[in-house]
Design a protein around this ligand. Structure first.
Ligand SMILES: [Zn+2]
Length: 254
């Protein structure tokens, strides 16, 4: 495969090193929680805890949708303004995505977390407070950020657990990857950074997707953390374009 990540400094090297890694079989109980989630409200958080099976701790990029698969990943929400707009667009185009949620956001907007799950999307732990210096913090801090967010997201969803962990800013450590993987959350990287958080204009975001989608399947967008009108507009253009190019939408491998 010609897929690679170039020009991303230290993180690019990390991502590059992690490409093509082996993916372990998925724990069936964790998988089923979201694979069959569409239209099936989950039991309350007080229900019996789901069995948690460890997953591979290497950083995933590949798509479960095969060689033309792309994974739409939406970070930093949920957000009461933009997440509903993103969900409407995904529904309009029949696309399932992965939402990397910040614990405090999930706790503040449980209705949106439940809506994401009900629409058939998957959840990803994006830490409690989005500290992009995570990789320089103590192990105790890293563990607390990951496991508290896991709990906050799971409670907000009504019992559906996050299936991935994406470090804020990509600040993974071997330790944090192990913590997440032991809880059934596959470390999740990206191949295409749309830089939508810099608000470069919808056209620039779309152009980045078109230019870089050959890098690999996992595309990074944001639905929170600022004005995301450009992201919404870019998705409106990108989703049909990707379909026209023969891409199929999937989830990151676990
Ligand atoms: Zn983020």
């Amino acid at each position: 495969m010609a897929r690679h990540v170039a020009g991303r400094g230290w993180y690019g090297k990390l991502v590059g090193a992690a490409l093509g890694v082996t993916v372990l079989a998925t724990g069936a109980s964790v998988w089923a929680a979201q694979a069959g989630a569409a239209g099936t409200p989950k039991a309350s958080a007080s229900a019996a805890p789901q069995k948690v099976e460890a997953v591979d701790k290497s950083i995933a990029h590949a798509s479960d949708a095969g060689p033309r698969g792309v994974n739409i990943t939406i970070d930093d929400g949920p957000d009461p303004v933009y997440t509903p707009q993103v969900l409407a667009l995904l529904k309009e185009h029949g696309v399932k995505a992965t939402f990397c949620m910040v614990g405090t956001q999930a706790e503040a907007h449980p209705d949106l977390v439940k809506k994401v799950v009900a629409d058939g999307h998957r959840l990803c732990d994006h830490s409690v407070s989005h500290d992009t210096t995570m990789d320089r913090q103590s192990k105790a801090y890293q563990k607390q950020q990951i496991l508290d967010a896991e709990r906050m997201i799971t409670e907000a969803s009504g019992g559906v657990r996050p299936m991935y962990y994406r470090a804020p800013g990509g600040a993974f450590t071997p330790y944090s990857r192990g913590v997440a993987a032991s809880r059934g959350m596959r470390p999740l990287g990206w191949n295409v950074d749309t830089k939508d958080f810099e608000q470069p204009g919808a056209d620039a975001i779309v152009a980045t997707v078109k230019e870089q989608v050959s890098n690999g399947p996992t595309i990074l967008f944001h639905d929170a953390g600022g004005d995301r009108a450009q992201t919404v507009e870019a998705l409106r253009q990108c989703l049909p374009w990707l379909k026209e190019q023969g891409y199929v939408f999937g989830f990151p491998e676990r």
